[in-house]
Ligand binder design. Structure first.
Ligand SMILES: Cc1cc2nc3c(=O)[nH]c(=O)nc-3n(C[C@H](O)[C@H](O)[C@H](O)COP(=O)(O)OP(=O)(O)OC[C@H]3O[C@@H](n4cnc5c(N)ncnc54)[C@H](O)[C@@H]3O)c2cc1C
Length: 302
């Protein structure tokens, strides 16, 4: 952790909420559903697809799943009514995975029964390691009832190649491949930046060679270069994969990828839980705090 990152993280609790909101603004569509709809419309006009996320995670009581559950039903309806090119991403602990996997499955099932009407897709986000196996199990169970379900695989996890080879390829899963945002112990996660990158490339190559649909989720130009190389070598058509980025991050690189003829999807988080989301993300990954700081003071090149 650089001194700059450490300083930013240490100062997070001291930052007034209004200021955090100001910092977080480029990365969050807003608090209302209409904010998310407007953001998606803007992206769609630029030829970019979206995945909408209702902010919130780690509920501690079953009743707390009810508000985000209803919100997701409204999102699904809005996507259809407003003719948006978008799907949804849901965090399992927001739907109660930490309380009871069966209860969580039922919540997803009910959301999927709405999604089915519009033939749309849901991504099961991946959270920290206590939930990895439970999330893959949840994905498999959902996939056996509805085809348009996908999951996420994190390149920093030592187990990911095994998960890919032993279950995801066999299930012909639709995956999002990312580095991983949570802080995990060295016994289960690679800590070296270069190793995580190399593992990302290995996983991507394996998944694409196996004919899987991959959401290539990264802002790392080196990985994007590697993805271009693999796509060219395998002579894939743009319908066989997509690039994915977070709202407000590396927008010039995002535009370049679209110009190069690749499909791009942007993760659009919205909702009232923005404070917890913003501060937790910053604390979990101090590097992100550094990017935000650099962005604010225009120190980032991309
Ligand atoms: C669409 C999408 C969905 C994701 N879903 C999950 C998930 O389900 N589970 C999970 O664990 N992780 C998820 N992530 C986060 C991911 O795991 C990484 O933590 C994140 O993408 C940063 O890694 P990177 O590959 O972009 O590389 P980095 O090396 O972290 O970043 C490369 C460059 O991108 C820029 N950058 C990256 N992040 C930011 C930021 N927040 N603000 C400003 N600039 C930034 C910087 O310029 C940096 O130099 C998701 C990421 C994306 C894009």
């Amino acid at each position: 952790m650089s001194i700059l990152d450490k300083a930013v993280v240490a100062s997070i609790p001291l930052i007034p909420k209004r200021l955090v909101r100001f910092f977080a603004d480029p990365y969050i569509a807003g608090e209302r559903l209409s904010d998310a709809v407007d953001t998606v419309k803007l992206l769609n006009r630029q030829g970019i697809m979206a995945t909408v996320d209702v902010l919130g995670e780690s509920v501690t009581r079953p009743e707390e799943t009810s508000a985000p559950f209803k919100r997701y039903l409204q999102v699904i309806k809005a996507i259809d009514e407003e003719k948006l090119d978008a799907n949804i991403s849901i965090k399992p602990t927001q739907m109660g995975l930490g309380l009871d996997p069966e209860f969580c499955f039922e919540n997803y099932r009910k959301i999927i029964s709405q999604l089915e009407k519009y033939d749309n897709f849901v991504r099961v986000d991946m959270e920290d390691s206590p939930y990895t196996t439970l999330t893959l199990d949840l994905h498999d169970k959902l996939k056996s009832t509805y085809a348009k379900v996908g999951v996420v695989i994190q390149a920093y996890m030592r187990r990911s190649m095994r998960d890919l080879e032993e279950r995801l390829i066999l299930a012909k899963a639709n995956i999002r491949l990312c580095k991983g945002i949570y802080v995990e112990p060295q016994e289960i996660a690679y800590k070296d930046y270069g190793v995580v990158r190399r593992n990302y490339v290995r996983l991507l190559e394996k998944a694409l060679k196996a004919g899987m649909y991959v959401g290539i989720a990264t802002h790392d130009e080196m990985l994007i270069w590697e993805a271009y190389r693999i796509i060219e070598e395998l002579q894939l058509s743009p319908e066989q994969y997509e690039f994915q980025m977070l709202l407000g991050v590396t927008e010039k690189l995002r535009t370049q990828i679209v110009k190069d003829g690749h499909r791009m999807r942007v993760y659009v988080p919205f909702g009232k839980d923005w404070y917890a989301y913003s501060t937790r993300r910053l604390k979990e990954n101090p590097q992100v705090a550094g990017y935000v700081f650099k962005d604010i003071f225009n120190l980032n090149q991309s």
